[in-house]
Design a protein around this ligand. Structure first.
Ligand SMILES: Cc1ncc(COP(=O)(O)O)c(C=O)c1O
Length: 353
């Protein structure tokens, strides 16, 4: 038995907090963090729009209350581009070829050029989002020329998402200031600064949106499109303890769940904090496995030694049949997990609203 609990009220509260912290900015939700329809429709009531990265996400966003949409992703299909244009979405163009592909559709479409800038990013971020993404800033003259050769392409501005997992609001302000100054020199009307507000999975740090400093530029709309920070705390993942054993002096608590459902700890190479929810029933006639006052590893049910969600964690008592609960599982949890591996049943989803 494994379960995700998603509390849409937490996501809504986060979005409201961000909007009140930066009322001068437009707030989109990057639904790649959690595309569950309950989360998407809850955030549609507060956010100004949504960032989608596939035709599938676009369909969910439109069906669950969003009307303003931006489309991201480095290998957009013609199907996606057509659907984006038909929905009146802004396409964040990732390459010069993508401009040709969009232009060849022969339909009116608004774009932002996703620019891969040669700037320093904050030291402590969990993911640098440059590498293969966007158009190298030295190729911008060519990109503008190609866009201008298609009269139905309207270049609104730039998309500058460059990082994920930044906990330092002051470092974010440096990025914001530098990005806006650079973009302003082009005289366009939109600058999308992306997401990237971080979540401290293993400690007490908080990204403080009230510390954000977003200058107002006349005639320029400034957008943010966070995912993680809006929804990480809106979910927890829990799984029943299936077995407990001591191998080579190490205690293993094996859960009926794992990284095929909650890949986040493995993806980030971190040992995630957890709680033990005791359950008194033990329906079997054989002795109940348990471990007391020891350090344990929490392993999943997959046939790979990579399926480890927590390491070397102190517990006072864990028994088979108890439930291990991982908080901060609302972002990049189920959505980034390899569900098909071993074909185990899916977790249930409990929605609080
Ligand atoms: C284009 C784009 N926008 C927004 C986000 C959201 O980033 P985060 O969840 O760090 O806020 C991502 C995530 O990688 C992204 O690729």
């Amino acid at each position: 038995m494994a379960e995700y609990t998603l509390d849409t009220r937490v996501a809504v509260a986060r979005a409201k907090m961000l909007k009140s912290a930066v009322p001068q900015a437009t707030i989109f939700y990057a639904m790649k963090a959690n595309g569950h329809p309950a989360i998407v429709s809850a955030l549609a009531t507060v956010c100004d729009g949504v960032d989608v990265a596939s035709a599938g996400e676009l369909e969910i966003a439109l069906a669950h209350g969003f009307s303003r949409v931006v489309c991201s992703g480095p290998a957009k299909s013609l199907t996606f581009l057509r659907a984006a244009a038909a929905a009146g979405a802004t396409v964040n163009v990732e390459s010069i070829q993508e401009l040709h592909a969009l232009g060849s559709l022969g339909v009116a479409v608004t774009v932002c050029l996703r620019v891969n800038r040669r700037i320093a990013l904050p030291a402590g971020i969990s993911h640098r989002m440059s590498y293969q993404f966007g158009i190298d800033e030295t190729r911008l003259p060519e990109a503008f020329a190609v866009a201008a050769s298609y009269p139905l392409i309207d270049v609104a501005g730039f998309h500058l998402h460059a990082m994920s997992g930044n906990l330092d609001v002051n470092a974010h302000n440096v990025f914001i200031k530098e990005s806006l100054e650079w973009a302003a020199s082009f005289g366009l009307r939109q600058v999308n600064l992306g997401g990237g507000f971080g979540v401290d999975y293993t400690g007490p740090l908080q990204f403080d949106p009230f510390g954000l400093d977003v200058p107002t530029l006349p005639g320029v709309e400034v957008l943010f499109e966070p995912g993680r920070w809006l929804v990480a705390d809106a979910g927890h993942y829990s799984a029943e303890v299936a077995d407990i054993k001591q191998n080579h002096d190490n205690w293993y608590v094996v859960i009926r769940g794992g990284m095929h459902q909650f890949r986040t700890p493995v993806a980030y190479g971190q040992s995630f904090p957890f709680l033990v929810a005791p359950r008194e029933e033990w329906p079997h006639p054989w002795p109940r496995p348990e471990v007391r006052d020891s350090r344990v590893t929490i392993a999943g049910e997959l046939c790979t030694p990579n399926d480890i969600l927590a390491r070397d964690a102190q517990v006072s008592l864990v028994r088979a049949g108890d439930v291990i609960v991982f908080p901060k599982a609302g972002a990049y949890g189920w959505d980034i997990s390899p569900h098909q591996y071993l074909r185990h049943p899916s977790p249930t989803f409990v929605i609080l609203s």
